[in-house]
Design a protein around this ligand. Structure first.
Ligand code: PEP
Length: 258
C-alpha cells in the first residue's frame, strides 16, 4: 500500500507574512491526516522561515528547483546540499515551467535528478504532454522520453528514492483537469514503464497527479488505483483548499466526516 503524498507547489508566490499565515493554518489542520504525507514547496528565500515554522511538525518542506554540484561560480543558483541544510526532503525536477520558460532540457534535468539524490533529497520528477502533443497522440511517447532520459542517466535503482508527478501541461494553472480516466491511463502507462525496468520499484513508487487539482475534483482523481497523491499549484496557496485535498486523500475518520 503506497502512502499518499499531497504536495503544494507555491511557485513564485507569497511574502514573508503570507507564508507565515499559510504555514500556520496548514500546520493546524494537517495533524488530522496522519496517514498521508504532506509537503510544501516554497520559494528559496522563504525556506529558512518554513524550516523554523515546520520543524517538529509532520508537515515536510522542499524546494522547486536546484542546480548541480555543491557550490561554485553559478550566480543565482542554489545547490542540493544547501537545500538539505535547510531541512528540505524533496525537490521538484523538470516542472513544465522549468522545461519551457527556462528551457531546461532532458540532459540537464537528468543531471539535476541525480544531483538531488547525491544531496540526500528525494526528487519529484515532473512529466507531461502539451495540448498539441495530446491531440497528436504523442502523450505516451513524450512521457516515455522524459522518463527514459532520467533512467538512462541515473539508473532505475535511483527511482527507489523518487516520486513521479504526471502533469499534463494543458491542465496546469488553466482550470482544465484531466478526467480521472485520462489521468489513470497515463499513470498506469508510467507504472508499466517502470515495471519493465524494476518490478519492486514500480510497486512502491508514488505517482502524483498535477493539473488544476482542487477540493471538488481531488477525490475522484485520488480514487484511481495508480494515482498516489497530488502536486497542487493554485489551490495550495489557500490553506482551506489544500487541507480539503489532504482530507480527500486521507482515510482518517475525521477526513471521512467532511
Ligand atoms: C503545478 O504547478 O504543478 C500545478 C499543478 O499547478 P495547478 O494546480 O495550479 O494547475
Amino acid at each position: 500500500m503506497r502512502k499518499s503524498l499531497i504536495a503544494g507547489n507555491w511557485k513564485m508566490h507569497g511574502s514573508l507574512s503570507q507564508v507565515k499565515s499559510l504555514v500556520d493554518n496548514i500546520k493546524q489542520g494537517a495533524g488530522a491526516y496522519t496517514d498521508i504525507d504532506i509537503l510544501v514547496l516554497p520559494v528559496f528565500v522563504h525556506l529558512a522561515l518554513v524550516h523554523d515554522l515546520l520543524s517538529h511538525t509532520p508537515v515536510m518542506w522542499g524546494a522547486q528547483n536546484l542546480y548541480l554540484g555543491t557550490q561554485g561560480a553559478y550566480t543565482g543558483e542554489v545547490s542540493g546540499p544547501m537545500l538539505k541544510e535547510l531541512g528540505c526532503q524533496y525537490v521538484l525536477i523538470g516542472h513544465s515551467e522549468r522545461r519551457t520558460i527556462f528551457r531546461e532540457d532532458l540532459p540537464l534535468l537528468a543531471a539535476k535528478f541525480k544531483a538531488a539524490l547525491d544531496a540526500g533529497l528525494k526528487p519529484i520528477l515532473c512529466v507531461g504532454e502539451t495540448r498539441a502533443q495530446r491531440e497528436n497522440g504523442e502523450t505516451e511517447a513524450v512521457v516515455r522520453e522524459q522518463l527514459e532520459s532520467v533512467i538512462a542517466f541515473a539508473g532505475i535503482s535511483a527511482f527507489a528514492q523518487a516520486v513521479i508527478a504526471y502533469e499534463p501541461v494543458w491542465a496546469i494553472g488553466t482550470g482544465l483537469t484531466a478526467t480521472p480516466e485520462q489521468a489513470q491511463e497515463v499513470h498506469a502507462y508510467i507504472r508499466d514503464l517502470i515495471t519493465q525496468n524494476n518490478v519492486d520499484i514500480a510497486k512502491t513508487i508514488r505517482i502524483l497527479y498535477g493539473g488544476s487539482m482542487k477540493p471538488d475534483n481531488a477525490a475522484s482523481l485520488l480514487a484511481k488505483p495508480d494515482i498516489d497523491g497530488g502536486l497542487i499549484g493554485g489551490a495550495s496557496l489557500d490553506a482551506g483548499s489544500f487541507l480539503a485535498i489532504c482530507a480527500a486523500a486521507s482515510r482518517e475518520p475525521t477526513a471521512a466526516i467532511k
